[in-house]
Design a protein around this ligand. Structure first.
Ligand code: NAD
Length: 271
């Protein structure tokens, strides 16, 4: 395996790709030459997520993402998969290898958030966030690893700036994203002998339901004011920003175990 390589003809799975960051990652991977399996779910077992509903319609939105992938001249494919269910995750990986012959890139991007202080948090709320954000990464990685070893592929995990800082009301979410970074570093070591790389993206603030449905309503300010207050570069980040970093990780074979913040400088802004 060379230190840098083309994604022409690669095969990727992106979980939560009916959502906006996942869509940005899927489309950038396609633009770089990869076919993409767009994995998401229409109905969840829990209402503890940014849509506050069991019906999130992620797989339905995923069909539109396939149109954008095909517009890039690559093959797209929708797979309905709840990343917290081991049988559905195994079926996702099996279906991908059956349809496309191999798997080169797994992007563990599905994630959910709610806001509550630990004192008031329901056990089911804690479990839901940990299940999707952490166990989902574990299950998808475990199912994909045999194929990634064959292709000398890569895993990219969507963590968060919440993986390195704390935030009141987000104890479960911050704990889950710290866990994703721990898993990323450990997996990078486990898989290095097989030339599989593992890295994380730490988005700052992207205007998705995570912000407009959950976080902004809990703050006493408009979204635009939050951006101006906390982001040194003065603008929010985009799904495409995250997609370009996923492509960078997939192309650079000597980068592993890393977590890069794409946050306009938020994490430097402590004073
Ligand atoms: P989003 O709500 O637009 O997308 C999340 C997608 O995940 C949805 O389509 C949803 O249906 C899917 N999903 C939820 N539970 C699932 C499950 N069990 N199985 C499969 N799919 C499931 O949110 P987003 O902002 O695009 O979030 C994507 C990732 O980015 C998450 O991991 C999130 O934690 C992370 N992130 C987002 C921000 C931000 O500012 N939006 C910041 C940091 C990190």
């Amino acid at each position: 395996m060379v230190a840098e390589h083309s994604l022409e003809g690669a095969v990727s799975i992106v979980t939560g790709a009916g959502g906006q960051i996942g869509e940005g990652i899927a489309v950038e991977l396609a633009a770089a030459g990869s076919d993409v399996v767009v994995a998401d779910v229409d109905v969840l077992d829990t209402e503890y997520n940014q849509q506050s509903s069991r019906e999130v319609s992620g797989a339905t939105r995923a069909r539109e993402v396939v149109d954008r992938i095909e517009a890039e001249g690559r093959r797209g494919h929708v797979a309905e998969c709840d990343v917290t269910k081991a049988d559905q995750v195994q079926a996702l990986v099996d279906e991908t290898v059956e349809e496309f012959g191999k798997l080169d890139i797994l992007v563990n991007n599905a994630g959910i958030i709610t806001v509550d202080p630990v004192e008031d948090m329901k056990e089911a709320e804690w479990d839901s966030v940990m299940d999707v954000n952490v166990k989902g990464v574990f299950l998808c990685s475990q199912a994909a690893i045999p194929h990634l070893k064959e292709s000398e592929g890569t895993i990219v995990n969507t963590a968060s700036i919440a993986g390195t800082i704390g935030a009141a009301g987000l104890g479960h979410y911050c704990a889950s994203k710290h866990a994703v970074l721990g898993l990323t570093k450990s997996l990078s070591l486990e898989l290095a002998p097989d030339d599989v790389t593992v890295n994380a993206i730490c988005p700052g603030i992207v205007d998705t339901p995570m912000w407009n449905k959950v976080l902004t309503p809990t703050l006493e300010e408009d979204y635009a004011d939050t951006i101006e207050r906390v982001i040194p570069l003065g603008r929010d980040q985009t799904p495409e920003d995250m997609g370009r970093l996923a492509v960078f990780y997939a192309q650079n074979r000597n980068v592993t175990g890393q977590a890069l913040a794409v946050d306009g400088g938020i994490l430097q802004n402590v004073i």
